[in-house]
Design a binder for this molecule. Structure first.
Ligand code: SF4
Length: 419
């Protein structure tokens, strides 16, 4: 039997980042950082603090009562409600989702339910923003816990990107070259705020996901001489390297340093400027873990997410988005052994789905994404009870102005076709 992440944290306290994750799910909303879990050490930038606000009554309810409330509210609301659950959410919440997928699949899934008045997004803040950007005006998007952010998305804020853009404009100018290509095209990963997607929309840029990053970079290079890629350096580096761009042509842009910490020569040579951001969950995977997995399970296959560092992606048998990972496992044969480098909830779910294969997480320490972990059934029960009572709790609203520009960048992504 595959234990849930919560069960594993409780039963193997010495093999987890912090047992507080399971013991006090709402306690860490009050902490200055993201709390126990893989992103524990990441600082929440000042303007992004969004404290959770679960009434004490819900904190004290038994698990049974919370689940009963969720079931009752879901059935009372019927088609007026759609619940979206990200792959990385805990099982206790995913079981209520009408759709389970990655952030973009879920935003699109919501579009298939135009009759739903409320879209409850069990994921993190930027995902709910994307859903609100794409939703109809009459639809309300709700994030059960407002403190569920994404430490990677928070590593690129609008002010720092505007500042970087100003400096890059001074260095490169604004005139296109002889082939009509602009000096720089901004590309933002889906894991970013709506404000940054809107920035890309305004500046000839585009959004990408981990599934289409190469297609998007090809689109960008048809229109620009170089790319500013944010916030995830690893996805940018892994994708550009696979396209034949050398690591030397991918300098890091550190927003705390003048010119991002680069010389003018480095900027002249650059093809991809990589923002100094990363996912704390995927950063934990190492080549030593891959070696260990291969030593312990000769013949095993290793697949990792492209948010992992480049040496890990290079050492793996395959790399790809959560969807690619799911398909990789589905295409394997009974008896196969697969080591996966991505968030533990998805790995555990795949292991439960394919009991005739040996599927395990490369990282032996149970360390879920602590921001995703913040959507506890208590928060879900609270927002659903609110809807039944006619009260909208924890609504995520993207202003019309930001949504219009963000949609431009998202639509460019949808229109981009692989070569
Ligand atoms: S797994 Fe990484 S990228 Fe995804 S929400 Fe958590 S911190 Fe953000």
């Amino acid at each position: 039997m595959t234990l849930s992440v919560t069960d594993r944290i409780e039963s193997q306290p010495n093999q987890s980042c912090d047992v507080e994750l399971a013991k006090g799910p709402w306690e860490f909303d009050r902490m200055p950082g993201y709390g126990p879990g893989a992103s524990e050490a990441d600082a929440i930038p000042e303007p992004v603090v969004r404290p959770g606000q679960l009434p004490v009554a819900y904190q004290q309810m038994s698990e049974e009562e919370l689940h009963e409330r969720i079931r009752r509210a879901k059935s009372a609301l019927g088609d007026r409600l759609v619940i979206l659950g990200h792959f990385y959410q805990r099982d206790e919440v995913v079981q209520y989702a009408d759709f389970v997928g990655d952030s973009f699949q879920l935003a699109n899934a919501a579009l298939t339910r135009p009759e739903a008045e409320a879209i409850v997004f069990c994921g993190v803040h930027f995902m709910a923003e994307t859903a609100d950007t794409l939703a109809r005006d009459e639809q309300t998007v709700i994030l059960p816990n407002l403190a569920a952010g994404c430490s990677m998305a928070d590593m690129a804020d609008e002010d720092s990107v505007e500042e970087a853009w100003e400096q890059l404009t001074e260095v490169y100018g604004t005139e296109p070259d002889a082939e009509g290509r602009l000096p720089v095209i901004p590309v933002t990963y889906m894991n970013s705020s709506a404000a940054l997607k809107a920035f890309c929309g305004r500046h000839g840029g585009i959004v990408c996901t981990s599934s289409n990053a190469q297609t998007v970079l090809e689109w960008a290079f048809e229109r620009g001489q170089r790319v500013l890629f944010f916030p995830d350096q690893h996805l940018g580096r892994n994708t550009a390297k696979a396209m034949g761009i050398s690591v030397e042509q991918m300098p890091m842009w550190n927003p705390r340093k003048d010119l991002g910490g680069n010389s003018l020569e480095q900027l002249e040579e650059a093809k991809v400027l990589l923002w100094h951001g990363f996912c704390s969950v995927h950063k934990r995977f190492t080549t030593a873990q891959i070696e260990q997995a291969r030593a312990d399970h000769p013949g095993c296959k290793v697949i990792v997410h492209p948010e992992c560092p480049m040496p890990v992606v290079d050492a793996a048998d395959a790399a790809g988005s959560t969807d690619v990972i799911r398909k990789f496992v589905a295409a394997s044969a009974p008896g196969d052994t697969i080591a996966i480098g991505t968030e533990i909830n998805l790995v555990n779910r795949l292991a439960a789905e394919y009991p005739d294969r040996t599927i395990f997480c490369l990282d032996p320490v149970v360390c879920p994404c602590s921001t995703m972990y913040r959507i506890h059934p208590g928060y879900l029960a609270w927002v659903l009870d609110g809807l039944v009572e006619g009260e909208i709790r924890n609504q995520i609203v993207v202003s019309d102005e930001v949504a219009a520009d963000a949609k431009v960048a998202l639509e460019r992504m949808l229109a981009a076709k692989p070569r």
